[in-house]
Design a protein around this ligand. Structure first.
Ligand SMILES: [Zn+2]
Length: 199
């Protein structure tokens, strides 16, 4: 079961040099960014928003660093790449239909507004990449998590974290809450950070 450790957000967070996932000596590092925004005051229509951001260097052993890379490649890099290819093909097909379609196609909205071929191709790539990313994050990842433990132990995209751990700001940015799948690492982590407490 995952173990929670909370650290005050204004202290510099220390990660002991062991793999965050298996606690063996670490030889690799992965940078993870955690961000949160909070509304601090609201007077009339003016809303003040404060953003908290921190970069964490997460230690991994060789094996789990490779597994994390493999997972990310499978869940994101490949679907995004494939999405871009399909998006580009769709853009080319739209262009061909647009050019040979005559009167019928001339009335179609995209022919009217997106006639610029470069814009159509760029849109195809962007929409394709976005579709690939969403597919990886919300379809592929949950399915893979059923069968693969490392996928289950890796937070979804858009959530700060990577294999074996998750981090998020809590209490209006006052603390960072860490969740470790390996309790032994959670204990080492709590020892290394003064003022850390188990959540
Ligand atoms: Zn490891």
């Amino acid at each position: 079961m995952a173990m929670k450790v909370e650290v005050l957000s204004d202290t510099s967070v220390q990660f002991p040099g062991y793999c965050v996932y298996c606690c063996e000596p670490a030889s690799k590092q992965r940078e993870v960014e955690v961000e949160a925004s909070y509304e601090t005051e609201r007077r009339g229509k003016r809303v003040k928003i404060r953003t908290y951001k921190t970069k964490l260097k997460i230690p991994y052993c060789e094996k789990h660093f490779k597994e994390l890379e493999k997972l990310e490649n499978m869940l994101y890099a490949k679907p995004i790449g494939i999405g871009m290819i399909y998006g580009f093909i769709a853009a080319i097909v739209s262009l061909i239909i647009g050019f040979v379609g005559g009167d019928f196609a001339r009335d179609v909205w995209w022919r009217k507004y997106l006639l610029n071929p470069i814009l159509i191709m760029v849109s195809g790539l962007v929409v394709g990449a976005l579709a690939g990313m969403l597919f990886g994050a919300f379809i592929l990842h949950p399915i893979l998590a059923i069968f693969l433990k490392t996928a289950r132990h890796t937070p979804l995209l858009f959530i700060g974290g990577s294999l074996g751990f998750k981090a998020e700001f809590k209490r209006k940015g006052l603390i960072i809450r860490f969740r470790f799948t390996n309790p032994s690492y959670a204990v080492k982590f709590a020892e290394a950070n003064r003022g850390a407490f188990f959540g």
